[in-house]
Design a protein around this ligand. Structure first.
Ligand SMILES: [Zn+2]
Length: 257
């Protein structure tokens, strides 16, 4: 008797749910998150954009996370990591910053698209699995408050929040603050980028009591030369953070697009 009632209930609900989906799809037909061509399912990429996305997978430099063309054996560092050791412990990125990644990041920055942050975070969760320990805290790269006010939206915070939901890790957007409004890094040379962000970040006054020895994972949308995440790392370590890793959605990789 009970089972029959259950069956009736499910049967009655299903067409309603289906109808709801139909109405929504007619009003807002699902489009590719990168190029806006129609797709069959919501929150997805079209086949062409999906094929163009270049996930960064092993083998990678254990420190910088840059992909190696061939495996050089465990523990082998890239020439870049040896020549210019970064202040952070490890960096990982989900995809190469190519045309599709650029389109996704552009929409993430200027549009209010939470489903986009979820897609990027899903890919970041795969790329960053080595960094996730239960005691790690996700810290988004902060925007200066005047820029955040103009945009109402910090894409790194959205990525960190979406990633926090996937991984169950804590998110603390207040652990480091941007104390000076910097020029946008776009179009600046490597040296100019370094000067632009030098001293731009400061760890919060109560970082030690907030962290209590836990590891930090800095979350950013794109790593270009790395000067921003290096400046954030220096601020966190100067404040007493014992271990700082970096996880970005996209990464400029010379010679790969
Ligand atoms: Zn597309």
């Amino acid at each position: 008797m009970e089972m029959q009632a259950g069956l009736v209930k499910t049967g009655a609900l299903r067409p309603l749910k289906w109808l709801g989906g139909l109405v929504l799809d007619t009003l807002y037909p699902p489009v590719c998150l990168a190029c806006d061509t129609p797709v069959t399912a919501a929150d997805a990429l079209c086949p062409s954009c999906f094929r163009t996305l270049r996930p960064i997978t092993a083998p990678v430099c254990p420190v910088l996370g840059l992909p190696f063309a061939v495996s050089l054996g465990p523990g082998t560092l890239s020439a870049e990591a040896i020549a210019d050791p970064p202040p952070f412990d490890r960096a990982r990125s989900a995809v190469v910053y190519n045309e599709v990644a650029r389109a996704l990041v552009g929409k993430l920055k200027y549009g209010d698209r939470p489903e986009l942050a979820r897609l990027c975070a899903r890919l970041m969760a795969q790329a960053g699995h080595e960094l996730f320990r239960p005691d790690a805290v996700l810290v988004p790269v902060p925007l200066h408050r005047t820029r955040q006010f103009a945009r109402r939206y910090n894409q790194s915070t959205e990525l960190a929040r979406a990633l926090g939901k996937f991984t169950g890790l804590l998110v603390d957007p207040g652990l480091v603050v941007r104390q000076k409004a910097t020029r946008q890094q776009v179009g600046l040379s490597g040296d100019a980028r370094r000067r632009n962000v030098a001293g731009a970040f400061q760890a919060s006054d109560n970082i030690r009591s907030r962290l209590r020895g836990r590891r930090v994972i800095i979350v950013d949308d794109v790593i270009t030369t790395g000067s921003t995440v290096k400046a954030v790392t220096r601020a966190l370590k100067a404040g007493g953070a014992p271990h700082v890793d970096v996880l970005s959605f996209a990464r400029v990789v010379t010679g790969v697009d």
